[in-house]
Design a protein around this ligand. Structure first.
Ligand code: AMP
Length: 473
């Protein structure tokens, strides 16, 4: 999530000759504790659930996405960043991670690995969407993909992994929205039924949905236009039209989820924006947010009377589903698969919105001040020695005045400052200043580590503020 900036700074930024591209943002040091915390948790869970890491290139052949995601989807029609290579290929900045992972599965012959093959990724994706809060053009995602097993236990396992992740992150209030969108056998019949319902209402829906009627009718169900939401309310629901096998698969998934105590909400309008899904689709939302299609249910429910803490993200945190035909479609053998992706900026924003405490590396208790060239040279060596002795120290090597360096040390809230001036550098000594008492003592450099270790073994007298070094200036 982009850093909060005072209005005056935002204005200054807008007037700069160069700014980050629209919808793309820098991740500044102040955000990294949350990003690192999330990464650590995802990495840990991926390991515990037996997922191997995969990293695919940021660009792929554009056709991989148009074929995989579907030519008539928003992502392909409007949101792909395309580039022509010097060799004449049309490449695309990846808009999502599933198609590239499937490409890698096929390319590396992973069908001969022991199944199921479980892979996870973490990285930036690119979609030329209309930028707004929580919707970026460069967005970061992590995702999990499982190949080679059509058992609904796999669907349940990935949903479980994500709900555990949110719980362990401290985001207990999330809701799982579920639907089954059938398979290539039963979906065509449902599409016909849907069109039969929509045709007489064609003049009551938005122009975009009139177009969708022809190319991608199921997307009419997640249109947010008020007119379409009204018409959708009486539309036939896909779960009533799926075949016996799909119904059985979905029923088993629900039983698994109940067995592991995962509360879910059936959302008959959840269809997701990518064509490759079949059977299970799901999304995870902050609980005080309304998933598309759940507006009415929520109005009637107890949640309606709950005060909102702050305007929510209005976006899903994660989503995914089953894609049993994609591997074959992209040149591999028939391989059932299930996957999910989560939005990193949105999760970090949610952690902030819910005031979740993020563990941070302990702040240094020592600040190293140097004055003059010789002291600077010695300080660089001393800094390394401190690190080798497990003592973390902050410093500001670019500064020459003791006043400005002491000011930084004070703001950082360190307990001790080491001062190395020209005289000390020549005499091989160093000044140790206790910041609270303001007392100073000169010690021979060779004794410094022992003195520091004894002092640091005591409980800190000063509560170190959670100021980042980068915010002090
Ligand atoms: P999708 O690949 O569209 O299924 O998205 C998976 C997750 O990525 C969503 O649930 C969001 O959390 C996140 N996401 C999708 N699009 C964006 C975007 N434009 N900006 C930020 N996060 C996004």
């Amino acid at each position: 999530m982009q850093e909060e900036q005072p209005e005056i700074l935002k204005k200054e930024r807008r007037n700069k000759q160069y700014a980050s591209p629209n919808g793309m943002h820098d991740i500044l040091p102040v955000s990294w504790p949350a990003w690192n915390h999330l990464y650590k948790k995802v990495n840990e869970l991926a390991h515990d659930y037996g997922f191997g890491r995969i990293e695919t290139p940021i660009v792929e052949q554009a056709e991989l996405f148009s074929k995989g995601i579907g030519a008539a989807t928003d992502i392909i029609e409007h949101e792909m960043y395309l580039l022509k290579s010097k060799g004449g290929d049309t490449l695309a900045l990846r808009p999502e991670g599933t198609a590239p992972t499937v490409r890698a599965f096929v390319e590396h012959g992973m069908h001969v690995w022991s199944q199921p093959v479980k892979l996870w990724y973490w990285g930036p994706m690119f979609r030329h969407e209309r930028p707004q809060r929580g919707r970026y053009r460069q967005l970061w995602q992590f995702g999990f993909e499982v190949f080679g097993d059509e058992d609904p236990a796999i669907d349940a396992e990935v949903i479980q992994l994500l709900t555990i992740l949110f719980k362990e992150l401290g985001l207990k209030d999330v809701s799982v929205q579920l639907n089954s969108i059938g398979c290539s056998q039963c979906r065509p019949y449902y599409k016909k039924t849907l069109l039969h319902y929509y045709r007489p209402h064609a003049d009551k829906i938005c122009a975009n949905c009139r177009r969708r009627m022809k190319i991608n009718p199921m997307r009419m169900l997640d249109c947010k236009d008020e007119r379409c939401v009204r018409v959708k309310q009486n539309a036939p629901q896909i779960v009533d039209h799926i075949c016996e096998d799909c119904r059985h698969h979905f029923k088993n998934l629900l039983e698994f989820l109940e067995e592991i105590n995962i509360t879910y909400f059936l959302n008959p309008y959840l269809v997701r924006g990518l064509d490759y899904y079949n059977r299970t689709v799901f999304e995870i939302w902050p609980h005080d947010e309304v998933a598309p299609g759940q507006e009415e249910a929520k109005k009637d429910g107890e949640e309606a009377n709950k005060p909102k803490e702050e305007k929510g993200s209005q976006f899903a945190l994660a989503g995914g589903g089953r894609y049993d035909n994609l591997v074959k479609m992209l040149g591999g053998r028939t391989t059932p698969a299930f996957g999910a992706a989560a939005g990193i900026e949105r999760i970090v924003h949610e952690l902030k919105r819910k005031n979740v405490k993020i563990p941070e590396a302990p702040a240094p208790r020592i600040f190293l001040i140097q004055l003059g060239d010789m002291a600077k040279r010695k300080s660089l060596k001393l800094f390394e020695e401190l690190r080798n002795n497990g003592i973390s120290a902050a410093s500001s090597f670019g500064r020459d005045s003791i006043k400005s360096q002491l000011k930084i040390a004070d703001k950082l809230g360190v307990e001790y400052t080491l001062i190395l001036g020209q005289k000390e550098a020549l005499e091989d000594t160093i000044i140790l200043r206790e910041m609270l008492a303001g007392e100073q003592l000169t010690i021979p450099t060779r004794k410094l580590m022992d003195v520091l270790k004894t002092k640091l073994a005591k409980k800190p007298k000063r509560k170190v503020p959670r100021t980042s070094f980068f915010q002090v200036e």
